[in-house]
Every structure is written in structure tokens, then in C-alpha cells.
Design a protein around this ligand. Structure first.
Ligand SMILES: Cc1cc2nc3c(=O)[nH]c(=O)nc-3n(C[C@H](O)[C@H](O)[C@H](O)COP(=O)(O)O)c2cc1C
Length: 248
């Protein structure tokens, strides 16, 4: 079974590709947390890297998994460029639960936070083609139950964002807010949020809860640019969703 966490569909598309190659089933990580998965002999975790680390929501959900310590467990992290501490930290978390990771790899994808720096993730679609052969290799490795760890050490940035106070501060700067004047209450953001942290309030305006992990899924999905970081609307052409990921 492959468990995924996604804001803009990159990790979902990777999980879907792996599932179709290996015959594994798919489940959102948020749905799997708390369930008894001890009968599963193969578990995959596919999630993005944020700020050279694992999204806090992913760490919280992984900590609530009930896994078989003998299962073949693999991790595939999607990132714009560098995974930092994002594979390392989940390996450590699972190790504390007595579960060893057999295989880990990273795969580069369009960087969905580039939008916030005035760049366009849609200009990075070339990465999908460039890294497709790597994804096929990863799927073949997993199918053959190979054991391998393809990632470096967390590096200085990964080590720094491993400090909770610093991570909290950096991630805080990426958290979106709703501009109520632009929100029409269409509810697309509610559907997109991977941790069901967005609701519609009494005035039918989106309201983002305190558990936000800054995946930016809502910011990219909003058709009215009502979800913003730093008070600036994101131009439509810089909104991104993986072209092949099937919406949940
Ligand atoms: C808040 C935030 C921080 C990010 N930080 C990093 C990073 O440190 N390194 C990196 O390579 N990519 C980073 N990214 C880019 C994502 O890891 C990448 O686009 C990922 O594939 C998104 O996956 P998703 O579409 O499944 O949400 C960041 C994205 C967000 C939203």
C-alpha cells in the first residue's frame, strides 16, 4: 500500500505511477493514520520536502501509523531540488517505532513554492520528462524489493530546519491567509487541503485552521486568487497543479 501526502499533486502523481507499476493500492496518509496496517507486507510513503525538512503534518501522521515491523518499507520524497532532512527525519521517526526503511529515493518535480519568489512552477514542467526514467527505475527497484538509500546527509540547511523553533518560524512565513474580499466560498480549497484544515465559515468564506502545514495546495487551487501569502495575490499563470495527478 502506498500512502501519499500532497498539496499540488506532484507526490500524488508519483504515488500513482508507482502504484500502477507495482500493483500496490493508494491511500492518503491522513486516512491511513490511526488505522491498523500491520497486515501490509509493503508500505510506501510519498510526500514532499518543505524547507529542507518533512512537512510537520507528515511527521505527525507518520507517528500515528501502525505498521508491520517486517514490512518492506520505502520512502520517495518529491522536491524542487534538495531534500535536506526530509528523508532522514522520517527514517528516524520510524526507527523509534521499530520500523526500518528498506529503500529511499528522491525525485525532482516543479517547485510549487517558486510561485512565492516570483518564479513560475509551470516553467519547470521539463523536470517531469527529465526525471521520468528515474521514476521508472524507482518503480522497478521497489517491485524487485531492492534495498538502497539514495539520499545524502541533511546538509546545513536540513540541520538548521531540524531545529523546531527555526522550522516553525520559516514555515510560518509560507502559511497562506484568506482575503475575504476575494473569496466566493466555492470550496475548492476545502477539497484540496490534505489535512482537512479548511472550512467555510458562516459567511461562506474559507477559513484556514491552525494545523496548516503550508503545502500551498489551496493557494494554487483558488480560482479567485483569494488565498495569499504575504498579502499578494498569485497570478493565475503561476498557479500550479501536476498535470497528470488525478484530483482527490
Ligand atoms: C513551503 C514549501 C517549502 C518547500 N521547500 C522546499 C525545499 O526545501 N527544497 C526543495 O527542493 N523543494 C521545496 N519545496 C518544493 C516542493 O517540495 C515540491 O514542489 C514538491 O514536489 C511539492 O509536492 P506536492 O505537489 O505533492 O505538494 C517546497 C514547497 C513548499 C510548499
Amino acid at each position: 500500500m502506498i500512502l501519499y501526502f500532497t498539496g499540488t499533486g506532484n507526490s500524488l502523481a508519483v504515488a500513482q505511477k508507482l502504484a500502477s507499476a507495482t500493483g500496490d493500492s493508494l491511500m492518503p496518509l491522513a486516512e491511513a493514520a490511526g488505522k491498523d496496517l500491520s497486515d501490509e507486507e509493503c508500505i510506501g510513503l510519498v510526500y514532499p520536502c518543505y524547507d529542507f525538512n518533512t512537512p510537520p503534518a507528515v511527521r505527525d501522521l507518520v507517528a500515528r501509523l501502525h505498521l508491520n515491523a517486517k514490512a518492506y518499507l520505502f520512502i520517495v520524497v518529491t522536491c524542487g531540488a534538495q531534500t535536506g532532512n526530509s528523508i532522514w527525519s522520517v527514517r528516524q521517526l520510524l526507527r523509534k517505532q521499530g520500523v526500518r526503511v528498506a529503500y529511499c529515493h528522491k525525485i525532482r518535480m516543479p517547485d510549487n513554492c517558486a510561485t512565492l519568489f516570483g518564479r513560475n512552477p509551470n516553467d519547470q514542467l521539463w523536470k517531469l520528462e527529465k526525471y521520468a526514467p528515474r521514476l521508472e527505475q524507482i518503480a522497478a527497484d521497489i517491485k524487485a524489493r531492492r534495498r538502497c538509500h539514495h539520499f545524502g546527509t541533511p546538509g546545513l540547511a536540513g540541520w538548521l530546519t531540524g531545529i523546531p523553533a527555526l522550522e516553525h518560524k520559516i514555515l510560518g512565513a509560507f502559511k497562506p491567509v484568506v482575503n475575504a474580499d476575494l473569496c466566493v466560498g466555492c470550496g475548492l480549497c476545502v477539497k484540496t487541503c490534505p489535512i482537512s484544515n479548511i472550512t467555510l465559515d458562516d459567511l461562506s468564506h474559507a477559513a484556514i485552521g491552525t494545523a496548516c502545514t503550508a503545502c500551498l495546495g489551496c493557494l494554487h487551487a483558488c480560482p479567485h486568487q483569494a488565498i495569499q501569502v504575504g498579502g499578494k495575490p498569485v497570478p493565475k499563470e503561476r498557479q500550479y497543479r501536476h498535470p497528470e495527478s488525478i484530483n482527490r
